[in-house]
Design a protein. Structure first.
Length: 148
């Protein structure tokens, strides 16, 4: 299987929206596309197709993946969720996860194939991001070097 070169807009939105809500959150275990080793170990992973996101659990930074795991069960875009040794899908419900990575440091969110372009809020119950400052910037051209 050839891995996707780019994650779907919905998967990208998960991480961008979490960062907008919690700009200082830890991102150590965030992920979208798989490594070569992951593709070999998990050939059926939705990371391979760009339809998955890993969100770092950082309760102190505002990202409580236990709460998000519970709340996202209501989101029709979600194919399945994995967190702290549990897996949930609308087809099979909540049960023990038996994979090699218990997902203790991040929440895995797999997205239904028909929802890859949907970027509506993933964390609506948390409200809208606060606008801190609007930064203005300008690009200044570099000085031209004289060619001798």
């Amino acid at each position: 299987m050839t891995a996707a070169k780019k994650a779907t807009p919905a998967a990208i939105a998960v991480l961008r929206q979490a960062t907008a809500l919690f700009p200082k959150r830890n991102k150590t275990s965030d992920g979208l596309l798989p490594s070569a080793a992951h593709r070999v170990q998990s050939p059926d992973s939705d990371h391979n197709t760009g339809f998955a996101a890993d969100l770092t659990h950082d309760k102190d930074g505002g990202v409580d993946c236990a709460e998000i795991y519970t709340k996202l069960k209501e989101d029709p875009r979600v194919k399945y969720l994995i967190f702290k040794g549990r897996i949930w899908s609308s087809k099979r419900g909540d049960r023990a996860y038996t994979g090699s990575n218990m997902h203790n440091k991040h929440l895995h969110i797999s997205i239904n194939e028909t929802c890859g372009r949907l970027v509506t809020p993933w964390f609506g119950w948390l409200g809208q991001p606060k606008r801190i400052n609007k930064i203005k910037s300008a690009v200044k051209p570099l000085p031209k070097k004289e060619i001798k």
